[in-house]
Design a protein around this ligand. Sequence first.
Ligand code: PLP
Length: 418
Amino acid sequence: MPFLGERFGNPSGLYAFGREAQAAVDGARATVANCLNARPSEVLFTSGGTESINSALVGIAYAMRRAGAGNHIITSAIEHHAGLHAVQFLEELGFEITYLGCSDSGHVSAEEFAAALRPQTVLASVMLANNEVGAVQPIADIAEAIRDYAARRSHRVMLHTDAVQAPGWLPLDVHALGVDALSLSSHKFGGPKGSGVLFLRRATPFQPLLHGGGQEMQKRAGTENVAGIVGTGVALELSLQGQADRRVRVRAMRDRLRDGILARIPAATVNGCQVDCLPNNLNIAFDGIESDALVAGLDERGIAASSGSACSSSTWEPSHVLMAMGVPIRRAVGSVRFSLGESTTDEDMEAVLAVLPEEVRRARGGSSRLASAVKVADQPNTAPLASHRLERRDMDSLFGEEWVLGSESGQVPRGLTP
Ligand code: PLP
């Protein structure tokens, strides 16, 4: 807070206030580097996870292609939209993208990854932990596959990981992970919103996205968000303390919540991840509901949950992660995610279990026509990045007969019948 008030200097200023601000930024950089087992010169501060991910993907891909190394990128179909949309942008710029699918637990396979490597591959980006189902991805194995390939072909492939969901739960040692770039978002580990970190290993080819001043070692122009940066350093360090105990305590609470829900509510299914997953994440499908209705009902009771669907006034798209996992669409549209945190208590779990059965009953009443509106074939659609948009022909009737299944191209996706 002092950096928003009495210590308001600009780190680029040569006056005392400026030097003080620069020292604070340098201190935070050293702290973050220490947390990541990196060098301070490998740590850039950004405006959040989205900027870090976009900078890494676009900046590295562009620099690699400019160096004549190739134009192929491997990623997964279950990345956060920050990653997916960045590679879609690169696709428009002429890059070829391979989207890896995942298992029904939400895990990407290191073997499939290895098989996707080719002489033109310059960049790979796979998230460390999925934000919707918590699946922890085999990043160290993927890094090893790249090393093997590189040794046989003397060919460099850069590896980025979106580690936004990992701090506080998983080790973040960039050497153990074997990554060249790693993205973090400060508010996910108790830091300020609108701040983030990009680790960029020394000598990684990189074209900055932001042009202007020479801040952040010429890699990210613009006056530094000093308060955000200082908060990031403190929060990341705190998130590493007591991590092992936190994992055990929160996992036990999460498991109690899961077991309580399954015991009290019929036709509820855990989506995916049970092993190799974050300890604080629970994603559950309630058959016969529309997730946003349940999320709204819970919100009225003071409980914040989220749905992975993207809803607009005319379309409704279930989570791309659940669809890639092969979750049937009728389950995907009724899936809700509960995220536990450091401060979550047993009483919070009891409070959720006390109101959830009634709220699910209520949501089921409200969406009783869902089943007849959306007819779903048994065969799930697991084609990476297939679109599963539901179009709302009648805005007034959320679950009226007017809902039809369609894809962006206007065709019905494989495995679904209108
Ligand atoms: N990546 C993952 C896995 C996320 O969960 C999020 C945000 O929820 C982001 C990226 C984007 O981070 P930010 O909102 O800081 O831009």
